[in-house]
Ligand binder design. Structure first.
Ligand SMILES: Cc1cc2nc3c(=O)[nH]c(=O)nc-3n(C[C@H](O)[C@H](O)[C@H](O)COP(=O)(O)OP(=O)(O)OC[C@H]3O[C@@H](n4cnc5c(N)ncnc54)[C@H](O)[C@@H]3O)c2cc1C
Length: 478
C-alpha cells in the first residue's frame, strides 16, 4: 500500500516548495484529471506541489520515494487519455511554475526550455526569433513536459514529423531524486542505447522532465491552406496517396462535414466552403511561385477525384484566413466535448483509411449512434468520437441517445478490432494513459509489454511515478 500523506509529510514538502503547495481539496479541481471527457476519469490528489526548479523536483521525488508516496507529473492537463489522473491520490507535481524559455540558440538552431513552457508561449518566442517549430498538436495550452511524455504530433507531422524528431536533449529527474541529462546540443548520436528516446512517450512513468533542448527550422516564408470539398469521403481520402506521390504538403487533414456546424457555432466563425467531406491541405515553400505551383498540382489531383472545379476549392492565402480555418479545425474537439464519451486515436496504414472509415460508418449504423470522425489523413491517424448524443439541425442534440451506455462498449471494441485487422495501432499521438490500457495487450505482443515492465522496474523500483498508467504493474512492484 502507498503511504497516506499526513501533516508530517506536508511539513517536509513545505520545506522544499514553501507556499507553492495546495492541500485544500476544494482548490484541487484543476488537478484531478485532463481533457478526457468522462468525469469518472478524475481523482482528487492529496496534495499538489508546484516546484520552481530541478532541485525542488529532485527533493520532492526523493521524499516520495523514501516514504512510498505516488507522484503524478502534470503539464497543461490537455491530455486525452487520463495520463495525469492521480489514480492513487498522493502528490500531483505540477510543472506550471517552470515556464521559462531559457535560450534561443540561433547558431545551432536550438531552443532550451523548462518543461512547463506552453506551446503558445513557445511559438511566440520562436516567431520573434524568425524561426519555425513545425509540430502543431491542436491544443496550445499543452506544456513541453506533457508534449514530450506523450510524443505528441498533430497536423503538421506529414512533412516534418512529430515531437520526437525535434527533441535533442532532456533533463530528467529519476524517481529516486537524481537529475540526469540525456542528449544535448548535437544533432547526431550513436552512443549506446538512446535513453532520450525512451523517455519520449513514457507518459511520466520513468522520470520527470524538467528541461528540453528542441531543434528549430528556418521559417518557410510562404504558406497556403486549401480546403477541398467533396461529395463523398471516399473521394477525398483516395486523393491523398496521389497527392503524396507528387508533393509533400505540411498537413493533410480529412474532416467529415457533420463536425463543422457545431464548431462554427462555438466560435462564431465560418468554414470557407460547403461539401459532405473536406480535405484541409497546408503547403509551404520559399516563394509565392513555388507554393502556387504546389497548390495547382494538388488542385489538379483533387479535380481527378471528383471535385467539380477549381472554384469549389477555398484558397486561404492570408494569415487571417488561415487562422480562421485552423481555429475551426483545432476546436472540433471542444465543440463536440459536451456529448463525447471518448475520442479515439486509432492509426492505420494511411492507404487503409478508406477501409477503416467504411467500418466506422457500418458500426455507426449498426448501433444507431453518431461517430463523428476527422483526422490526419496522410498519417492514417483517425480521431473518432464515441458520442452519447446525436446531431439535430447542425447542433448537438440536447437529448442523450437511448441506450448509449450499452452501445458504447461494443462499438468501441469493434472499432479497435477493425483497426487491428487493418494492421493499425491503438494510439498514434495521445498515448495510452488510463483510458486505453485495456487495448495495449491487444495491439502489442506480451514479450514487448514484459520488456516495458522490466524497464519501468529498473527506473522506478518502488512504482511511485505515475502508477497505474500504460500497463498494470500490480498495486506496488514486489
Ligand atoms: C482540443 C485538443 C486538441 C488536441 N490535439 C492534439 C493533436 O493534434 N496532437 C496530439 O498529439 N495531441 C493533441 N491533444 C492532446 C494533448 O494536447 C497532448 O497529449 C499534449 O501532449 C498533452 O500535454 P500536457 O502538457 O497538457 O500534458 P498533461 O495532460 O498534463 O499530461 C500528459 C502526460 O504527460 C505526463 N507529464 C506531463 N508533464 C510531465 C513532465 N514534465 N515530466 C514527465 N511527465 C509529464 C503526465 O503525467 C501524463 O502522463 C489535443 C488535446 C485537446 C484538448
Amino acid at each position: 500500500m502507498y503511504k497516506k500523506i499526513d501533516k508530517e509529510i506536508i511539513k517536509k514538502l513545505e520545506r522544499v516548495v514553501g507556499e507553492r503547495l495546495i492541500c485544500d481539496p476544494k482548490k484541487m479541481y484543476d488537478y484531478m484529471g485532463d481533457e478526457f471527457a468522462d468525469p469518472s476519469l478524475k481523482k482528487t490528489p492529496e496534495v499538489v506541489v508546484q516546484p520552481k526548479n530541478t532541485k525542488e523536483i529532485a527533493d520532492v521525488l526523493k521524499l516520495a520515494n523514501e516514504e512510498n508516496i505516488p507522484v503524478t507529473p502534470r503539464g497543461g492537463g490537455t491530455g486525452l487519455c487520463g495520463g495525469c489522473v492521480p489514480l492513487y491520490g498522493g502528490i500531483v507535481l505540477s510543472l506550471e511554475k517552470m515556464n521559462r524559455v531559457l535560450e534561443i540558440d540561433r547558431n545551432n538552431m536550438l531552443a532550451v526550455v523548462e518543461a512547463g513552457v506552453t506551446l503558445s508561449d513557445f511559438y511566440a518566442e520562436v516567431e520573434k526569433a524568425g524561426l519555425f517549430f513545425p509540430p502543431h498538436p491542436g491544443e496550445e495550452g499543452a506544456q513541453f513536459g506533457g508534449l514530450v511524455s506523450t510524443n505528441a504530433s498533430g497536423a503538421r507531422a506529414v512533412k516534418y514529423g512529430g515531437i520526437r524528431n525535434y527533441i535533442k536533449g532532456l533533463e530528467v529527474v529519476l524517481p529516486q531524486g537524481e537529475a540526469v541529462t540525456m542528449g544535448g546540443k548535437y544533432m547526431k548520436s550513436s552512443t549506446g542505447y538512446s535513453l532520450l528516446n525512451l523517455i519520449i512517450g513514457s507518459e511520466g512513468t520513468l522520470g520527470v522532465i524538467t528541461k528540453a533542448i528542441i531543434s528549430l527550422l528556418p521559417k518557410s516564408p510562404v504558406v497556403y491552406t486549401l480546403i477541398v470539398p467533396y461529395d463523398s469521403l471516399d473521394d477525398a481520402i483516395t486523393a491523398v496517396p496521389e497527392i503524396r506521390k507528387k508533393v509533400l504538403p505540411l498537413a493533410v487533414e480529412f474532416i467529415e462535414s457533420d463536425v463543422i456546424p457545431p464548431t462554427e457555432d462555438l466560435l462564431n466563425k465560418t468554414w470557407p466552403c460547403k461539401g459532405n467531406a473536406y480535405l484541409m491541405i497546408i503547403v509551404d515553400g520559399t516563394s509565392e511561385e513555388e507554393v502556387l505551383g504546389i497548390s495547382e498540382a494538388i488542385a489538379n489531383i483533387c479535380i481527378k477525384h471528383n471535385v467539380r472545379s477549381l472554384d469549389d476549392i477555398a484558397f486561404a492565402d492570408t494569415k487571417e484566413k488561415q487562422q480562421n480555418i485552423l481555429d475551426i479545425r483545432s476546436n472540433i474537439y471542444s465543440a463536440l466535448k459536451r456529448g463525447t464519451i471518448e475520442i479515439l486515436d486509432i492509426t492505420v496504414p494511411p492507404a487503409r483509411i478508406v477501409e477503416y472509415m467504411a467500418k466506422v460508418h457500418e458500426i455507426s449504423a449498426k448501433y444507431d449512434t453518431w461517430l463523428p470522425t476527422y483526422g490526419h489523413a496522410a498519417d492514417g491517424n483517425v480521431h473518432t468520437h464515441l458520442m452519447k448524443v446525436g446531431t439535430k439541425d447542425g447542433k448537438l442534440d440536447e437529448k442523450e441517445t437511448n441506450g448509449w451506455e450499452d452501445k458504447y462498449p461494443p462499438a468501441r471494441r469493434e472499432l479497435h478490432e477493425e483497426a487491428k485487422k487493418l494492421g493499425g495501432i491503438v494510439s498514434g499521438e495521445h498515448g495510452i494513459g488510463l483510458s486505453k490500457m485495456e487495448y495495449l495487450p491487444v495491439f502489442v505482443e506480451s514479450t514487448q509489454i514484459e520488456l516495458m515492465k522490466g524497464i519501468k522496474k529498473l527506473f522506478d523500483p518502488n512504482n511511485i511515478l505515475n502508477p497505474g498508467k500504460i500497463f498494470c504493474m500490480g498495486f506496488n512492484i514486489s
